[in-house]
Design a protein around this ligand. Structure first.
Ligand code: NAD
Ligand code: TYD
Length: 333
């Protein structure tokens, strides 16, 4: 029975992957290691309680002790989803990003090396390429991150690679585009705008609203990770994109229209400093392994909107306390 460590499994993508892993790999024993920061939510994993192949450890990937506690009894595969993930927060206060995203990845890599794991998956991001005005990023393109989040992710991405090149650790690196779907913390644009619209609050659109992101449904991302592992090669990087480039304005209008809310809820606000104009990935490398995204964007967005509309009990308690403090300070509205 392969022993699997999933870090950041109480967050958005990590919790989807933990469910996916237990469902599609009946022989895996899964430990989730999560610090439960503001973004970590035990509710995302609640239904796994009592599953004999699952256990949860609260701890910090940047603490060797915590990591050792999580891999007590051995570990065969490590998936590193844990990170500080919000660009705006990284601009306000980068330190936690350096600590978790860089140092935390280092601490995990050290444990992986000492224990001789069979697979180490580093969940990286398309943001490491920086803004792409034309064309699409290839895995071999230069990394030009522009904000503390993407810079710390780029450092972790290359640090993970260095453990392959130097120590022969079997490292796989995925660079995914913007994920969306249920259980995403409502600071990211889609859940923020959907929940604000549901509450008849303004949707704060940065700059001219013409920035472009490529949207990937979270379950497509989970499937791509498995394809990368099963058919890819260690030491390689794989771009994973949804093939759904959309301007932020289009998405905002779509959400308002879908919920039958007036366009007057759209509020142009001051732009994010260093706001990357466009991300776009060339995904032919993972395409050659037989992966393609399955979820059509309009359908995925519709399902996501429906999920937030039906699960107020999940997000309403989040949008209080520290969240509100952050929100008021950040948006000044
Ligand atoms: P998230 O913010 O929803 O969840 C992050 C999780 O990590 C939380 O549960 C949090 O408690 C945990 N965590 C944070 N610091 C930790 C620490 N020091 N030790 C242990 N746990 C810690 O993030 P997400 O959107 O699910 O992203 C998951 C991963 O995917 C990240 O590595 C992110 O960089 C990457 N990624 C995200 C996207 C996206 O669109 N969301 C796209 C590409 C890549
Ligand atoms: P976000 O969800 O923060 O993801 P990322 O910055 O990692 O791509 O933002 C997605 C896009 O939406 C990005 O171009 C910034 C924009 N955005 C807004 O216009 N308003 C907002 O309040 C937020 C959070 C994001």
């Amino acid at each position: 029975m392969p022993r699997v460590l999933i870090t950041g499994g109480a967050g958005f993508i990590g919790s989807h992957y933990a469910h996916h892993a237990l469902r599609t790999h009946p022989d895996w024993r899964v430990t989730v290691l999560d610090k439960l920061t503001y973004a970590g939510n035990p509710a995302n994993l609640q239904d796994l309680e009592g599953n004999p192949r699952y256990r949860f450890v609260r701890g910090d990937i940047a603490s060797r002790q915590d990591v050792e506690r999580a891999v007590e009894g051995g570990v065969d595969l490590i998936f590193n989803f844990a990170a500080e993930t919000h660009v705006d927060r990284s601009i306000g206060d980068p330190e936690g990003f350096i600590r978790t995203d860089i140092y935390g990845t280092y601490a995990l890599l050290e444990t992986a090396r000492a224990r001789g794991v069979k697979v180490f998956v580093q969940i990286s991001t398309d943001e490491v390429y920086g803004s792409v005005p034309r064309g699409r990023s290839l895995e071999t393109d230069a990394l030009m991150p522009t904000n503390p989040y993407s810079a710390s992710k780029a450092a972790a991405d290359r640090l993970a690679y260095s453990y392959f090149a130097t120590y022969g650790l079997p490292v796989f690196i995925s660079r995914a585009s913007n994920n969306y779907g249920p259980c995403q913390y409502p600071e990211k644009v889609i859940p923020l705008f959907v929940t604000n619209a549901l509450e008849d609050k303004p949707l704060p659109l940065y700059g001219d609203g013409q920035n472009v992101r490529d949207w990937l449904y979270v379950t497509d991302h989970c499937e791509a990770i498995d394809v990368m592992l099963e058919r890819g090669a260690p030491g390689e990087v794989y771009n994973i994109g949804g093939g759904n480039e959309r301007r932020n304005l289009e998405i905002t209008e779509h959400i308002l229209d879908r919920l039958g809310k007036p366009r007057t809820l759209l509020r142009y606000v001051q732009d994010r400093p260093g706001h990357d104009r466009r991300y776009a990935l060339d995904c032919s490398k993972i395409g050659r392994l037989g992966w393609a995204p399955r979820v059509v964007f309009e359908k995925g967005l519709e399902e996501t909107i429906a999920w937030y509309a039906a699960n107020r009990a999940w997000w309403q308690p989040i949008k209080t306390g520290e969240y509100l403090e952050y929100y008021r300070k950040h948006y000044k509205i």
